[in-house]
Design a protein around this ligand. Sequence first.
Ligand SMILES: *[C@@H]1O[C@H](CO)[C@@H](O)[C@H](O)[C@H]1NC(C)=O
Length: 384
Amino acid sequence: MSTIIISFYLIFILIHTHLSFSTNQLNSSSCKKGNPIDECWRCDPNWETNRKHLADCSFGFGRNAIGGRDGQFYTVTDSNNDNPLNPIEGTLRYAVIQDDPLWIIFQQDMTIQLKEELVMNSYKTIDGRGYNIEISNGPCVTIWNVTNVIIHGIYIHNCLPAGNSLVRDSTTHYGMRGVSDGDGISIFKSRDIWIDHCTLARCYDGLIDAIFGSTAITISNNYMLDHNEVMLMGHSDEFVEDKRMQATIAFNYFGEGLVQRMPRCRHGYFHIMNNVYVGWKSYAIGGSANPTINSQGNIFIASDDDSLKEVTKRESPLGYEDWKNWNWRSEGDMMVNGAFFTPSGQKSSDKYVKASSMVAQPASSIAKMIQQAGVLDCQIGKSC
Ligand SMILES: *[C@@H]1O[C@H](CO)[C@@H](O)[C@H](O)[C@H]1NC(C)=O
């Protein structure tokens, strides 16, 4: 039912955007992909030979993530044979545990079903461009106590818990992993992380969770769908090290079948800009323990259910007397079908200014990118 209404609004916004886009083209020969990350690399027909240029295209708090830019390429050739303790050459797991930086690419389309979490080492890029790469129906990606990871163009779905097992996390170290949550991508005590143009759906726990003192994170251009607890940012109310967390959530399409946590935040600073949300089934942006929420230039399309119009949700045992001081603002967001955002705290802009924040575009100019969020269909030799 509400799908029809949502489609109507999207078509309206798309037509509107298309008109203004055509006008812009008359004045400019530059490549218009709708956002600065994509404009940085997608217009290059030689993106395949210039793959590492992607590492220079990030922005926001995860902008310093260089992944495997300064290392060699490694081509994954083997989608089977996952050996968590002694990874086999040619597999994705073999590539991600190496100690040197690596830019990891794939030989062909692959569906990878892992036996245990894929525990990554620092300075790695997993770059799925050019092929359909899925990680699914088993444990998925774990970024644990490392830095500089880029994950781009991977379809991650139906992720499951695993654990109580030995897993290698570098060439010189392996350890006993407890039972894992079953996240799509789990970021734990890590920094300089960029997740771009992935499609994520139907995992056992979160699609992307960032906890335990993680920071310097950008989550951009992803398409998320069919899932309950979408993104948790912050370990627990008591874990104050998450005060250092700074995350940019930009240009994502929070699509059909999502319930809550887009994201659910604790303690840190969250710049949520130029995303599109359609019909959350509980709430879109939530939090506890005094996080700062800077929501700019998003499109929030509520479902028809009158009880599901509010974008925000706060959890505090002390209630309003506590959360009235939390800094949550909505600026330039487009509210559709009765959606509303409940602001709180200081409205003054100096509370929200951070060195790596970038200025959001007007909400009306971002709708066309919803067709382009998630894994792209990049053909070698053509602009993507
Ligand atoms: C986390 O990484 C640091 C730096 O590489 C290392 O010294 C430390 O032992 C790691 N901690 C754990 C619990 O593995």
